[in-house]
Design a protein around this ligand. Structure first.
Ligand SMILES: Nc1ncnc2c1ncn2[C@@H]1O[C@H](COP(=O)(O)OP(=O)(O)OP(=O)(O)O)[C@@H](O)[C@H]1O
Ligand SMILES: [Mg+2]
Length: 220
């Protein structure tokens, strides 16, 4: 489904050029649960942002269903992100001036997406607080709201960047089982985490150090 071929990404720091990712290749199939680990600064978020089409590589290509996502027009990249990708971040990134339900509706771009909002609010124990603003929510509630916003439009690919980094063990395990359910229904997951227990859920474990993939171990 996703072919990441020889991707490199550089960032300028003053007059110096810093290599964030160097010649990274990875194949992700539909239904995969990929865990990405590695030290701070190793390039994990950069890889996720490239897959999500948020930043462009300096060399290499990313093919989604055989099409290079960066070689099309701007409209293609916008619809690639909107229609295929759901994002969850460590810092939630909910809109502060919108309520829970308004934040979720931001991701709905077809009438049918609205149909499952109530079901997800119930599943995520957010029904009674759907009209609250993010500042009035607990961290677990914020992340569950961010989860619904990410998956409500039924994306093929859920990209999660340390989504449990700010959660206590209980909230962390609730979120992990929601992500696992998404995967069991056929959704593809790429999850960056420092938590070693994440690999219990994944079928492909990728370790990155200094911008390079050390392995891509298939779990049989
Ligand atoms: N926009 C940017 N401008 C300059 N340097 C950047 C930028 N984004 C990332 N980098 C650098 O690229 C390297 C990889 O960053 P990245 O955020 O991908 O690391 P990470 O593995 O996600 O780290 P962490 O675990 O701390 O989140 C880091 O050294 C970082 O400083
Ligand atoms: Mg990061």
């Amino acid at each position: 489904m996703l072919d990441i071929n020889n991707i490199s990404k550089y960032f300028k720091r003053g007059s110096k050029v810093f290599t964030a990712l160097s010649d990274v290749s990875l194949k992700i199939e539909k239904g995969d649960y990929v865990s990405v680990s590695g030290s701070s600064g190793s390039g994990k978020s950069t890889l996720l942002n490239l897959i999500g089409g948020l930043i462009r590589p300096d060399s290499g290509e990313i093919l989604y269903k055989g099409e290079s996502i960066f070689d099309q027009n701007a409209k293609y990249l916008n619809s690639y992100r909107k229609e295929n990708i759901g994002f969850i971040f460590q810092q939630f990134h909910l809109m502060p001036y919108l309520t829970v339900i308004e934040n979720i509706k931001l991701s709905c771009y077809q009438k049918s997406h609205y149909d499952s909002i109530n079901e997800y609010l119930e599943k995520c124990l957010l029904v009674n607080i759907k009209d609250k603003y993010p500042s009035d929510l607990s961290v677990g509630e914020k992340q569950r709201a961010a989860f619904i916003r990410a998956i409500i439009s039924d994306p093929e690919l859920l990209l999660a960047d340390e989504p449990t980094g700010n959660l206590d063990p209980q909230n962390s395990s609730i979120l992990m089982s929601l992500i696992e359910d998404f995967n069991k229904k056929g959704g593809t997951v790429v999850l960056v985490s420092h938590d070693p227990s994440v690999v219990n859920h994944s079928n492909l474990n990728v370790k990155i150090e200094l911008g390079r993939i050390l392995n891509g171990d298939e779990v049989s």
